[in-house]
Write a protein that binds this ligand. Sequence first.
Ligand code: UD1
Ligand code: MG
Length: 447
Amino acid sequence: MATPRAAIILAAGKSTRMKSSRSKVLHHVGGRSMLSWVADLARSVGADKIVCVVGEGNADVKAAAEELGLDIALQEPQLGTGHAVLAAKKALSGFEGNMAVLYADTPFVTKKTLNRVFRSLERGADVTVLGFEPDEPGFYGRLVTEDGELTAIVEARDASNEILDIRLCNSGVMAASSKDMFSALGRVGNKNVKGEYYLTDVVEILRGDGKAARAITADAGEVLGVNSRLDLAEAEISFQMGMREAMLAKGVTLRDPDTTYFCWDTSISADAEIGANVVFGPGVSIARHAVIHPFCHIEGAKIGEGAQIGPFARLRPGTEMAAGTKAGNFVETKKAKIGKGSKINHLSYIGDAEIGEGANIGAGTITCNYDGYFKHKTVIGDGAFVGTNSSLVAPVKIGKGAYLGSGGVITKDVPADALAVARAEQVNKEGWAKRYNAAQKKRKAKK
Ligand code: UD1
Ligand code: MG
């Protein structure tokens, strides 16, 4: 049977450089918090137990971690990365297997890489560290290797010039069996420049026990840590570039890739086409041959085959556009199911609504779904024709094939195949305009 896996996510930092009232790891990249990226990563490699280490000052992180279903360990005060991992010991009591330490501010480590880290243990290494070669090694810990074996990690502040010349750096990801990890952590001291308990000392301690340490490497982009708003912006750019390339590679047309913004879960089929300046929020899926014209904002929406959206449409959560539907310029939808081939071509708000197949929703149609206290539903049957500038005061049902005259305020259900006219009848007064204009012109001439 495979060795059980666990993960410890370190998130007890103060993140002062972010200059934020919110904890750093709750800031979003690609539409979700860095913490949720890392929690997902841990889950993706089959970690049964995931412990998030937080400080007392991170009440917001604690709440978010609980919501993500993680176990919580409190580290107070924060005396270093080794001390932080030790704080998770109680939460992991009873766990026997391999565990990886992850940082909550390093969102892009891939499932493949973390699997490699665990596999390295499964193949005989006792401790494995993920290394990388940054352009500027700066303050990263240096990985000292000898004949392919990792012998130590030396923090930059404690390193000699010779060690500082080493290019292979510590990403922060480290894995060992729970037994070895906690046994070594119990022996880590704080006699170093920062006076902290360094997780990195575990390597030398376990080596002293006769254990084998290994370094494996990842691309620098994968282990990019976020400390400032600048880092956050760079992480977002890097995420977007990756998504754009992946979408193009799978056969999605992006008319102007640099202006298409994706979320972590945006799903688009090959042969869909996305115009310039389109922003996707979370929860979007788009079927093949759909076209999203420029300047749309789309979130929580399912878009069917061959649908045409925009330009300038805003689809909000709960929108389902079936195959062959249209939502044109200045159309907003929310919690709206639009049946096959139905069209909402211009200037509409359709919320809390269900529209059948082949219906035509005229320009300026508004579902009046909110009475100031509660939301109500509008149901429109197959093939109905809703005249321009209709106000549909929900709850209301428009039957199949019904026809609504323009400018109606529809407050009562309309039976199938009926005509509904709900506006004041027109009055024509012969010659009135002519008389009026003559009188006004006369008045003005006198002044
Ligand atoms: C650490 C590593 C270094 C590595 C670098 C990669 C150590 C001693 N050093 O250095 O080798 O190159 O990360 O980015 O491990 N944290 C806690 N509690 C604490 C201290 C830290 O939860 O008491 C968390 C932080 O929130 C952060 C992570 O641990 O997510 C790393 O801490 P940080 O202080 O940034 O470590 P570095 O000095 O950057
Ligand atoms: Mg750091």
